[in-house]
Design a protein around this ligand. Structure first.
Ligand SMILES: NC(=O)c1ccc[n+]([C@@H]2O[C@H](COP(=O)([O-])OP(=O)(O)OC[C@H]3O[C@@H](n4cnc5c(N)ncnc54)[C@H](O)[C@@H]3O)[C@@H](O)[C@H]2O)c1
Ligand SMILES: N[C@@H](CCO)C(=O)O
Ligand code: NA
Length: 431
């Protein structure tokens, strides 16, 4: 048994500071759990002069490469693609186990890192990369390894969930809610990665790879953010018994030509108010899984923040450290299924389409005819008066239709003389 394990920490920001704190404060407990002491041997940072609360300045270094070379376990919480990618590969080359929270890197180039870890026989763990503190990587990879996952629906971005929640509860418009999220430290000064769905898409790619034992990169994920949503959309959703959530969705599906594959997408969707995901408020995250034998499961908690994310990182550190003490490594990424990612247009969902139309005889029939021509089946139609007496508002809910059929339908409806505006088109999920 090693007399101690040397831990190198790369990055000392929001997450790194908390990882350093927990490693120090809980040193005795961690040593008992692992079976040997964990010694934090250094922390790589950019700027040595920045004061970091609770962090021993003597541990700081700007030479990340040298730090990595002498470590048993490397914890990467720098963020970004380079230098983390090169540093992780170097750590693996030196035989270190790696723990990372870096969803962007894993979603872009995970397979290279997994292959390197396999070749070296070391662990590469990343619980914090998806839904922060929520145990989701380990349950999907290990607890559900004997089951067949059909579908994963996740609220995996806390910032957008906070924004949508504020729009729903207090009628804020998007900009106001984003400003509030920034003031609370949820959203970055540049909120693009969150509001345009890039962060959720990275997590969707990682979740899909794990759930379906295949390789999905962020480029395979169909992505749409929340920036086109209005306070009116959110209010309408409530009026029809739904809440709007930004969902990361990964599901098994069959393509038009009968090919078995998966679909992975991120977009806002109407979720029925009685669905467990509808109750996920504020900046919380949740992942809802439908598996063949297990049925429905939901994992809920904090998806971000220094301490919650550090909790997931430390859990991984203990796991990989235990493996080193016992000899060997933990379960690896399985990627035997080789399921293709199907084209987005073949995805089938229910839709709500809101229109403003001329309030005159035959309008409903014309609109219904377009839907019929495109093979889109209507589930319900609701008409409400508009402030202008010559205009009516129509809310059409469809049965499941393909994205392709729906797009053609909406284009044709928009071209009808009697249609003043297509107000919104939203998918309905989880019904
Ligand atoms: N903050 C969260 O809530 C959260 C949640 C889940 C996952 N993550 C992930 O954790 C990682 C870290 O996030 P964070 O919020 O702590 O970021 P941060 O910006 O607060 O901290 C990053 C740290 O890394 C250092 N760093 C960056 N590049 C460096 C370089 N080239 N050399 C040396 N030091 C360098 C920075 O100086 C900073 O100290 C990211 O991959 C992020 O996606 C964060
Ligand atoms: N920006 C992310 C945090 C970490 O992924 C969120 O709002 O959930
Ligand atoms: Na997690």
């Amino acid at each position: 048994m090693p007399d101690k394990l040397k831990i190198a920490l790369l990055g000392c920001g929001v997450v790194g500071t908390q990882v350093a704190r927990l490693l120090t404060e809980q040193a005795d407990d961690l040593a008992s759990r692992v079976g040997t002491p964990l010694e934090l041997v250094g922390i790589a940072v950019r700027d040595l002069s920045v004061e970091r609360e609770g962090v021993d300045p003597a541990l700081l270094t700007t030479d990340a490469e040298a730090l990595v070379a002498g470590a048993d376990v490397v914890v990467e919480v720098m963020g970004g693609i380079e230098p983390p990618r090169a540093l992780i590969l170097r750590a693996i080359e030196h035989g270190a186990s790696v723990v990372t929270a870096n969803k962007a890197l894993l979603a872009q180039d995970g397979p290279t890192l997994y292959a390197a870890a396999d070749a070296a026989g070391v662990d590469l763990y990343f619980e914090a990369a998806v839904a922060g503190a929520i145990p989701i990587v380990r349950p999907v990879r290990e607890s559900l390894a004997g089951d067949t996952v059909r579908r994963v629906l996740g609220i995996v971005n806390g910032t957008t969930n906070y924004v949508l929640d504020r729009m729903a509860t207090d009628g804020l418009d998007l900009d106001q809610a984003v400003k509030e999220a920034q003031a609370l430290g949820y959203a970055e000064a540049d909120p693009t990665a969150d509001v345009e769905g890039f962060d959720a898409a990275a997590k969707a790619a990682i979740l899909a790879s794990l759930a379906f034992h295949t390789r999905v990169s962020i480029d395979d994920v169909q992505r749409e953010g929340i920036t086109s949503l209005t306070a009116d959309d959110v209010a309408w959703a409530a009026g029809t018994g739904h809440v709007i959530k930004l969902l990361a969705i990964a599901e098994r599906n069959t393509g038009d030509d009968g090919t078995e594959g998966i679909q992975v997408r991120v977009h806002p969707a109407l979720v029925p108010a009685d669905h467990p995901l509808a109750g996920v408020r504020g900046a919380f995250n949740a992942v809802f899984i439908e598996a063949e034998a297990a049925g429905e499961l939901m994992f809920y908690g904090r998806g971000a923040g220094g301490a919650p994310t550090a909790s997931a990182v430390l859990g991984d550190v203990v796991s990989v450290a235990r493996h080193r003490v016992l000899g060997g490594r933990g379960p690896v990424e399985s990627s035997y299924a080789d399921l293709p990612v199907l084209p987005a247009e073949a995805a089938r969902t229910r839709y709500q389409v809101r229109l403003e139309v001329a309030d005159q005889p035959g309008v409903l029939a014309q609109v219904a005819a377009v839907l019929a021509e495109h093979g889109v089946s209507i589930e319900a139609v609701r008409q409400t008066p508009a402030p202008d007496e010559h205009v009516a508002r129509l809310l059409i809910t469809t049965h499941a239709a393909s994205e392709r059929a729906l797009a053609g339908t909406v284009e044709a409806i928009a071209g009808l003389d009697v249609v003043r505006a297509v107000v919104s088109v939203l998918r309905v999920e989880g019904a």
